[in-house]
Write a protein that binds this ligand. Sequence first.
Ligand SMILES: CC(C)(COP(=O)(O)OP(=O)(O)OC[C@H]1O[C@@H](n2cnc3c(N)ncnc32)[C@H](O)[C@@H]1OP(=O)(O)O)[C@@H](O)C(=O)NCCC(=O)NCCS
Length: 145
Amino acid sequence: MKIIQINSKETLEIRSKVLRPNLPISTCEFLGDDDEKTFHLGGYLDDKLIGVASFYSEDHDEVERYQNPYRLRGMATLDEYRGRGVGKNLLNEAFLVIKERQGGVLWCNARTNAIGFYEKLGFSVVGEEFEIEGVGPHFVMVRGL
Ligand SMILES: CC(C)(COP(=O)(O)OP(=O)(O)OC[C@H]1O[C@@H](n2cnc3c(N)ncnc32)[C@H](O)[C@@H]1OP(=O)(O)O)[C@@H](O)C(=O)NCCC(=O)NCCS
């Protein structure tokens, strides 16, 4: 498996299939996708893109005590390739990149049913569960670097 930086357009197909299957692909373009500080990682197996994740320089009330916070969005592995470590490898690579950039923390709005995945990667839940309209229940999760 290979983890490399990709561009925002390359994330769209997997974001759409995994995260927004019943919505137009335009809903898979996120604010800040092409900002200078944003980066996107792709996981490849035999030259096939099987997982993606995106990282934005973005603040949140829950991470005020950290310097230079980054936000994770669009974390997705194709259904048929789950459980092979691509999600883990994408995040471990992101931790290195963010640390190199003097980022102090990575946070995300985690779907409640993905909390166990993030906990294995060192994230902790902060605050109460909340609903994202049309997507479902979430928690803010934080991983200091
Ligand atoms: C969550 C997701 C990205 C995980 O990707 P993945 O490539 O299957 O993850 P990995 O294979 O790297 O798993 C790493 C570890 O987390 C565990 N894990 C994976 N998904 C999990 C989940 N939903 N709950 C609890 N543990 C989970 C794996 O068993 C593995 O454990 P191990 O290291 O002890 O073997 C993937 O299941 C997915 O795309 N889900 C649908 C979209 C989604 O919920 N995205 C997150 C939105 S916030």
